[in-house]
Write a protein that binds this ligand. Structure first.
Ligand SMILES: Cc1cc2nc3c(=O)[nH]c(=O)nc-3n(C[C@H](O)[C@H](O)[C@H](O)COP(=O)(O)OP(=O)(O)OC[C@H]3O[C@@H](n4cnc5c(N)ncnc54)[C@H](O)[C@@H]3O)c2cc1C
Length: 324
């Protein structure tokens, strides 16, 4: 049986997310390598624009209009739609490493018993199945994993592959919503967390404040530097746990995964749990007064100094070079 590889897309503000374009590229490339078929799925209150965009990456896209998805927890309607496609012959499911992607993958494992290869940076097709490659131990090693059966689920981290549209656009097929197998938990209220709207994953420059910034006031100089560079502020768990900055900015194992052109870490020690969320950054610049901080192992430039002296001077110099 030729593999049928499904990319499950996510929609934000009516458009396909960047990670979904990467997930779609992975699914198509796997199908090409396997001599199989790639397809995509969008379940949303208004899926049309995202489905059309997904069809620039995949030959077939299934669009399900379902207003319920915007007010549900753990995406049961998406799970139901994917489970139905598995019943119909989808052999492999590719999802992004996002809160919803993780929820859907976990629910599918429970519902279908399929194996899961989680947190891949890249995926290749070898022999009869996908092989996921994931950077571990703060970049010291790469694991390669395969499924034991001929079907399964793969989750892909942001930035591992470059999204590439297909040579020709595919078609969009509309389908009715599938009822979930489990009762849907409903969202009763939404509270926008400060900072949650900022897309750390898409930022070209990320300036991170660690415990070394010393408090919420210390984040002011982090913000000023980020602003001068046109970047976005991120944080370590230590800063988040201290209540200095919202969780939405946390980078690392239990936060966001970023891969900017430039990562600037200020007062960040470089714990492994933080590094797994930023080690793929193109250039890493650190300001830390401890020359032995573990970040030195991954830094391209390590400035030994007090961030309260170095950072304002750096911001002033950048502003001056930009003409104010
Ligand atoms: C299960 C689990 C999951 C975790 N998930 C995450 C995660 O997702 N993200 C994450 O970040 N962490 C995570 N952690 C926590 C992680 O282990 C570290 O505790 C955390 O990353 C440390 O944050 P930090 O570098 O800000 O603080 P610290 O380790 O305390 O480092 C502060 C650094 O600031 C420097 N410094 C202090 N003052 C100055 C100054 N004036 N100028 C210059 N440098 C200065 C110090 O030399 C030090 O190196 C997790 C931990 C566990 C157990």
């Amino acid at each position: 049986m030729a593999p049928r590889i499904l990319a499950v897309a996510e929609v934000a503000d009516g458009s396909l997310t960047k990670l979904s374009t990467e997930v779609a590229t992975v699914a198509r490339q796997l199908a090409e390598a396997a001599g199989g078929e790639a397809l995509g799925l969008v379940v949303d209150a208004s899926p049309d624009a995202a489905a059309q965009e997904l069809a620039t990456y995949l030959p077939t896209v299934i669009a399900v209009t379902n207003p319920a998805v915007t007010s549900e927890v753990v995406a049961p309607h998406v799970v139901a739609a994917v489970a139905k496609l598995i019943e119909e012959g989808v052999t492999h499911v590719v999802l992004g490493v996002t809160p919803d992607g993780r929820d859907v993958a976990g629910s599918l494992v429970g519902l279908t018993g399929l194996g899961l290869l989680a947190n891949a940076d890249t995926v290749t097709w070898q022999d009869a199945g996908p092989v996921t490659h994931a950077s571990v131990l703060a970049g010291k090693a790469v694991t390669s994993s395969t499924l034991t059966g001929d079907r399964g689920i793969v989750t892909v981290r942001p930035g591992g592959v470059t999204a590439e549209p297909a040579a020709s656009a595919g078609t969009v097929e509309r389908r009715d919503a599938t009822a979930p197998a489990v009762p849907a938990a409903k969202v009763l209220d939404r509270v926008a967390e400060a900072g949650a709207e900022v897309s750390l994953e898409d930022a070209k420059v990320v300036v991170v404040g660690g415990r070394g910034v010393g408090g919420p006031d210390g984040f002011r100089i982090v913000e000023e530097l980020a602003q001068a560079l046109g970047g976005v502020v991120g944080a370590t768990r230590a800063s988040v746990d201290a209540g200095w900055i919202p969780y939405a900015r946390q980078i690392g194992q239990t936060g966001r995964v970023v891969k900017p052109e430039l990562y600037l870490g200020l007062g960040v020690s470089g714990a492994m749990q933080h590094r797994v969320g930023m080690q793929a950054s193109k250039a890493i610049v650190i300001v830390n007064r401890d020359p032995d901080a573990p970040m030195a192992e991954v830094a391209d430039l390590f400035v030994v100094g007090d961030l309260f002296e170095v950072v304002p001077a750096l911001t002033a110099e950048i502003r001056a070079r930009k003409g104010g």
